[in-house]
Design a protein around this ligand. Structure first.
Ligand SMILES: [Zn+2]
Length: 133
């Protein structure tokens, strides 16, 4: 199955293919890219407010369209940024092995798609625990 988004793979697939630390790094990079999009689209939103003064009716309609588009893009990217960041942090908080406290060196043992749980194993000591993505 081809992933929908190359950078944002599901947790189990990400751990299997690139490892937990790379998955976490990519989630953070992707979330901050969305933050940048939110910032730029907010600047575009403010620029369309400046353009509302003057111009013909056609110009004003184009400005309204640009205002709506940049507002929608800003809201979508801000929502995506917050989701990716909070999800990555929530999973990272559980990535320490409960037995030896090794961080992020884990492999997927079993994926419970129905309950959304992931049974993982520490690659240092072999202890199993459950991640709640
Ligand atoms: Zn361990």
């Amino acid at each position: 199955m081809t992933p929908r988004n190359y950078l944002n793979r599901p947790l189990a697939e990400g751990i299997r293919t690139v490892g937990f630390r790379k998955w976490y790094e990519r989630e953070l990079l992707s979330s901050h890219a969305h933050m940048l999009i939110a910032l730029l689209s907010t600047i575009a939103l403010m620029a369309t407010l400046e353009l509302f003064q003057g111009g013909s009716l056609g110009d004003k309609l184009v400005n309204v369209l640009l205002f709506i588009l940049s507002g929608a893009l800003a809201l979508w990217s801000l929502r995506r940024y917050l989701y990716l960041l909070s999800h990555a942090e929530a999973v990272a908080d559980q990535a320490n092995c409960p037995q030896c406290t090794e961080y992020g060196r884990l492999s997927v043992v079993e994926e419970d798609r129905r309950n959304g749980r992931l049974l993982v194993r520490c690659r240092k000591c072999g202890h199993d625990w459950t991640l709640l993505p």
